[in-house]
Write a protein that binds this ligand. Sequence first.
Ligand code: SF4
Length: 306
Amino acid sequence: MFAPELRQGASPDAHGGLDVTETTIENVLTRTTGYLRSVTSHSLQPYCGCAYGNALCGVGCYVKHNGHLLKGRRWGGFLEVRTNAADSYRTHYDRERRWARRLEIAGRPGDFSIFCSSATDPFVPQERRFGVTRSILEAMCDLPPDRLILQTHSHRVADYIELYRRLMTLCDLKVHVSIETDRERIEGLPPHASSVEKRMAACAALKEQGIWTVVTVSPLLPIERPREFFARIAEAANAVVIDHFIGGDGTSDGRRTLRTALPEAMRRLDPDSLGIDYRDRMVAEARRLMPERVGMASDGFAGRYL
Ligand code: SF4
């Protein structure tokens, strides 16, 4: 899934322990496999590595187990800026679109659909400096995919509302904002990359502009006040997707996550949250407030709601 053709540039600098490097990539459109295979035909990573790797989401982040990508580096310690990503998108657009349309995804004829991003965050703080995601979205305005899912943990997603308003007339656009819990802090874990309040506010701003906005509660963490939490989501977003680390971390039994600090922190707050039944309870709670707007696991990420 992660392109081996990445070439290192020569302009490293340091941002508070984060090694930022400029690189180029041959083909920024990666044909999906595994969990994402039933969601979109392609994934797209504007960056390699993630500036949020030391935040709460980085604790359970499945990408940090990818030795091929890490190449011995610490997750959260590096960020490769793919400066030619938009050019690469334009170059490979025709070929990858033709390939996607020959596929069938979850029983439907193939569409050229892109998940941005699954192995980094398109809205790392460095995006304001380098604008790689912006340049890709501009390229998509010229050469739109059939479907685009923008997936982030950051309120900075609201920076490009004007671009989304153009894109949503050209393709099926969904903006996914991960909000895993209603708790601003979880004892024993680092702070969120972006506060719950800021992410909720970003969702509300997107929704208000008519942009289809989805809160992804993924991985589901213990929720203090489920009814209030889902009521806020129902206000701020068009849909919600709930995914547990069991089955959601790329293993069937959650064993990747079980090796991290996440389960112990979850256990301290609510031991029940470690079981898959907890997800089903939260799905039931959400469905009461958002009928036909609640998704579960990969079906939910693909926009198939209960
Ligand atoms: S933002 Fe996404 S890719 Fe980055 S550390 Fe968090 S979960 Fe991983």
